[in-house]
Design a protein around this ligand. Sequence first.
Ligand code: COA
Length: 208
Amino acid sequence: MKTPRDADAGGANEPERRTPSRREGQSAENRAGSETGAPRFMGRIRPATENDLPGTLEIYNEAVLNTTATYDYEPRTLEHRRAWFEDHAKHNYPVFVAEDQAGRVVGWSALNPYHDRMGYRFTTENSVYVAADRRGQGIGTLLMPPLIDAARERKFRAILAAIDAENPVSIRLHAAFGFVQVGHFKQVGFKFGRWLDVVYMELLLPSS
Ligand SMILES: CC(C)(COP(=O)(O)OP(=O)(O)OC[C@H]1O[C@@H](n2cnc3c(N)ncnc32)[C@H](O)[C@@H]1OP(=O)(O)O)[C@@H](O)C(=O)NCCC(=O)NCCS
């Protein structure tokens, strides 16, 4: 049976290759925090383990309570986080963390299922979150490349990022890695008493 991947492989259906972003070919380490004047992140990015779950949950729940980066209203529990992590491991969806020199988890990123219908299986949706007190230090920038590499290794065709339209930092972060805006959904979210727009950005990976 032909998969969508077979169908596009190098054929006439191959969409135009995206323009390489300015991120490509640069060392992530050399870029971190370099353009905001914030202190440079000196830790490391690595695959998450179960021990990281409380740290990643704390970061997520801060965003739930104080931002429109996520449209969740209620903080998640550790049990929910553990089930989420186990499900990711079971289905080979990667989770990465940024760990600072003191051993604190200060950011995380993940690939997630986009949709469970069969025809969407080559598409994934990403998440990236940095601790509130460590934003603007280049950590988000460092959390992106392993995610994109992991998507490539898993032969995903598209990475989607659903971003609140009033989140210029996330839009800028994704654009720096070659994501392009493919949609703007008006007033599909509601949080903190107002309607919110969502921008969809997409990175197409080579089909092979
Ligand atoms: C969005 C987020 C992941 C970005 O991570 P970060 O570590 O703060 O971002 P970085 O320091 O790597 O910077 C990324 C880009 O945004 C710019 N930036 C960072 N903070 C900024 C700020 N406060 N104002 C303006 N630009 C800013 C950086 O200069 C950089 O752009 P450049 O490379 O063109 O200079 C992080 O801010 C965050 O967790 N925010 C809350 C949760 C969220 O929005 N998650 C994304 C959901 S889609």
